[in-house]
Each structure stands twice: as C-alpha cells, then as structure tokens.
Write a protein that binds this ligand. Structure first.
Ligand code: ATP
Ligand code: MG
Length: 420
C-alpha cells in the first residue's frame, strides 16, 4: 500500500484545486518559509480523520477553509481527497485503490466519502485502524512532534509502538468486546432482578387466577341467566312491538288524515290570504281616498275660516259705514238747520240793506233838495258842510267816523235812523 495522490481544494492556503501525485522516488516537499508545506501535512492529517482543530493549528474546524487574501475572496468549502493504492492487503478491502474524501462547510457541516460513497468518521477510523496511518498513528509527524515523542511519558510512547506493531485494531476490538460483556452482565443482573420480582408476584397472580376461575364460573351462570332474562325480555318486547306496530298503523292512518286536513286547511289559508290581500289593497285604496278627502276637507275648512274672517271684517266695515252714515245724517241735519238760520239771517240782512238803501235814496233826495243852491252859491262853505252827520257823533260829541261796523254789518239803529 502506498500514498498515490493528494488533491486539495479550498483547504488553508490552497484556494485552487491542487493535485499532488507521489510518484516512486518522491521523498519530500521543499519550499520557502510560509509557502504551505505544513498545510500539505495538515491536509493529510485532516483527511485521515483528525478532529482536533488545535492539532491543525486553528481555533475551530472552519479555520481550515481558505480564508481569502487581499486579492481573493474566501471560499465556502474545504475538500481534501487522499488516494491510497495497492490497498487489498493493507486495508483488507477488495479494491486496489481507496479514495478517502473529507469536506467541511462554513456552517459546520462535514462530509466523509470512501470511493465516492458517503460514510461516517467511524468508518474512516475502522478502515485505518492498525495500519499505522490513523489519526493517532506515528506515520504523520509534524514539526516538533519527534521531540515531543522522545520526551513523552512511557504510556504515550507505548501507544505509538502498539500502533506500529499493528495491535491497536485488536486492542480496540478487545475494548469493544469487554464493553459488550459488561453490558451483557448488567442485562443478566437485571434479568435476575426481574425473575425475583416475578416470583414475588406469583402468589398474588395465583390468587388472582383462582378469582378469575370463580369469575368464569359465575360469569357462565350469569350468561345463562342473562339469556333467560333476554328471552323473557324478547317475548315481552315482541308483544310490545306488535302492539306498537298496530298503534303505528292506526297513527299512520290518523297522520294521513291529518295530512289531508292540513292540506285542505293550507288551501283555505291560501284562499283566505288572497282575500286578505284583496281586502288589504281595498283598505289601502280607501285609506288613500280618505286621505284625499281629509285634505280636501282641510282645504274647505281653511277656506270657510278665511271667508268667516272676511265676513266678520265686512260686517265691521258695514257697522262703521252705518255709524258714519248716521253721523253724516246728523251733520246734514245740523247743516240744514244752520243753512235755514243763515237763510233767515240773510233775509233779515237783505231786508236791512233794502231798508237802508231806501233810507239812503230818501236821504239823497232830501240832500239833493237842500244842496243845489249851495253848489251854485258864492262858494262860501255852508256851516252844515263841516258838521259831521248827526248820526256820526258820539255821546260826548266826539267824531265816531273811524269806528268799525258791527260784526254783523249793522249800525246801531239810533245812528242809522235818518230821523234820529
Ligand atoms: P515554514 O517553513 O515556516 O514551516 P510552511 O511552508 O510550513 O512554513 P505553512 O505553515 O504551511 O508554511 O503555511 C503558512 C501559510 O498558510 C501562511 O501564509 C498562512 O497565511 C497561510 N494560511 C494558513 N491558514 C490559512 C487559511 N485558512 N486561509 C488562507 N491562508 C492560510
Ligand atoms: Mg511548516
């Protein structure tokens, strides 16, 4: 068996897919510091089933995924495929080549495959057990590990030798067998406990079995009695059933009868409903008519009221006119009386005027008879000319010519009389 190739993709500094083919004669990888030599060893350790992130020089398992550089983005998955050839004897399998593939994702998921078939980490460990290339084997010695091995405790060193001698696998199998033995012994103990418990329960179960037998006997009797009772009930129920059936028949007849009556009543109801609807519509028409009449009556009433008010008003006016007519009639009477008085006064005044005119004419005649010599004389004033008329002298001999006439236009009769 030999290491044929190693394919690394996204693991630590190997962002791109990188294939190492270990041809015959290849004994080492050389390169400058920090070029990734130890990362190749880490890849081999990791693909062989390493679970400690610290052993891979990281804090957690996701640190093995390419983390990116200044010029390149990080990747989401690391994958390493290690191919071993001539494995039939070394690994005890049927294939010549065995490709072990391990993947890890950023979310923590991981995947193991042997020749493309998905498997568990345990299958990796079982496959490599005793071959010297397992996780804790001596075949991979990283920087400083040899120093550590030399200075390690004898027990730790012993495990390396045991792996080299190829007994690790058997030791594992022995450990597994011992664990199974312990488990079986514990099971045996539990079985003994159960047997003791069952023995303790047997007395109780025996008593319960006796009870159950008695129960069965009683139950059998009960069944027979139950059967008899059932038969009795059956007979009674059959009679009842027959009676009930007869009742049902008569009830059915009654029901049919009732159905027919209900049908007839329903028809009656339908007819009545139709009549009711007709009456209702008539009532509605009458109600409408009554409404119209009521509104007409209201109109007539308001007209009557208006006319009544008008009549009252006209009657008032007639009364007032009658009063006015009475007043006017009185006034006409009074005025007629006044007119008559005025006529009388007028007649007396005319008479007075006429008498005065007459007196005046007489006086003129008298005057004319006296005066002609004076008018044709020497021009000396006649003493009578400068005298005021006798009637115009006052009581004290003063001149009264400036006196106004009496309001009625008469002069005192003494002054008027030409003979006075
Ligand atoms: P030396 O000769 O000093 O032992 P080396 O060749 O063994 O050096 P490694 O230790 O294998 O070098 O590689 C170190 C390099 O790997 C560093 O440059 C580091 O930045 C890089 N590296 C480690 N882990 C990652 C990672 N997850 N992603 C990207 N680069 C990483
Ligand atoms: Mg190194």
């Amino acid at each position: 068996m030999y290491l044929k190739s190693l394919e690394i993709h996204g693991f630590k500094s190997f962002a791109d897919k990188t294939l190492f083919e270990f041809h015959t004669g290849v004994t080492g990888i050389v390169g400058p510091n920090g070029c990734g030599k130890s990362n190749v060893v880490d890849a081999i350790r990791w693909v062989l089933g390493e679970t400690s992130a610290k052993a891979l020089r990281g804090a957690e398992m996701a640190d093995v995924i390419f983390n990116g550089t200044d010029k390149r983005k990080p990747v989401g998955m690391a994958e390493v495929i290690l191919t071993l050839a001539d494995c039939e004897q070394g690994l005890g399998v049927d294939y010549n080549e065995v490709a072990m593939c391990r993947r890890v994702f950023r979310d923590g998921r991981s995947e193991y495959r042997i020749n493309g078939t998905i498997c568990r980490l345990k299958d990796f460990q079982e496959l490599l057990a005793g071959t010297g290339i397992g996780r804790s084997a001596y075949s991979v010695m990283e920087q400083g590990k040899i120093d550590m091995l030399i200075s390690a405790k004898p027990e730790d060193r012993r495990s390396v030798f045991e792996e080299a001698a190829g007994i690790t696998k058997f030791k594992g199998q022995k450990k597994e067998a011992l664990r199974k033995l312990e488990y079986t012994e514990a099971n045996l103990l539990r079985v003994a406990d159960i047997i003791a418990e069952v023995k303790r329960q047997m007395g109780t179960l025996h008593r319960q079995a006796q009870k159950a037998k008695r129960y069965q006997v009683v139950h059998k009797d009960l069944r027979i009695l139950d059967l008899h009772l059932g038969h009795k009930h059956f007979t009674e129920y059959t009679a009842e059933k027959t009676e009930s059936e007869n009742q049902i028949i008569s009830l059915m007849t009654e029901l049919n009868d009732l159905h027919q009556r209900v049908h007839a009543k329903e028809q009656e109801v339908t007819e009545t409903r139709e009549i009711y609807h007709q009456v209702e519509s008539t009532i509605n028409g009458l109600r409408q008519q009554s409404q119209e009449f009521r509104s007409k009556i209201q109109g007539a009433e308001s007209k009557i009221e208006f006319n009544r008010e008008r009549v009252e008003e006209l009657e008032g006016r007639i009364r007032r006119n009658e009063e006015d007519a009475t007043n006017n009639r009185d006034m006409v009477d009074r005025q007629q009386r006044e007119l008559a008085a005025a006529d009388e006064q007028f007649s007396s005044i005319r008479n007075a005027i006429e008498s005065r005119q007459y007196a005046l004419e007489e006086h003129q005649i008298t005057h004319n008879a006296i005066i002609p010599s004076a008018e044709t004389g020497d021009g000396a004033p006649h003493p009578a000319r400068n005298l005021p008329p006798a009637g115009r002298r006052g009581r004290h001999g003063r001149c009264q010519s400036a006196e106004p006439d009496q309001p009625d236009g008469h002069r005192p009769s003494a002054a008027r009389s030409p003979g006075a």
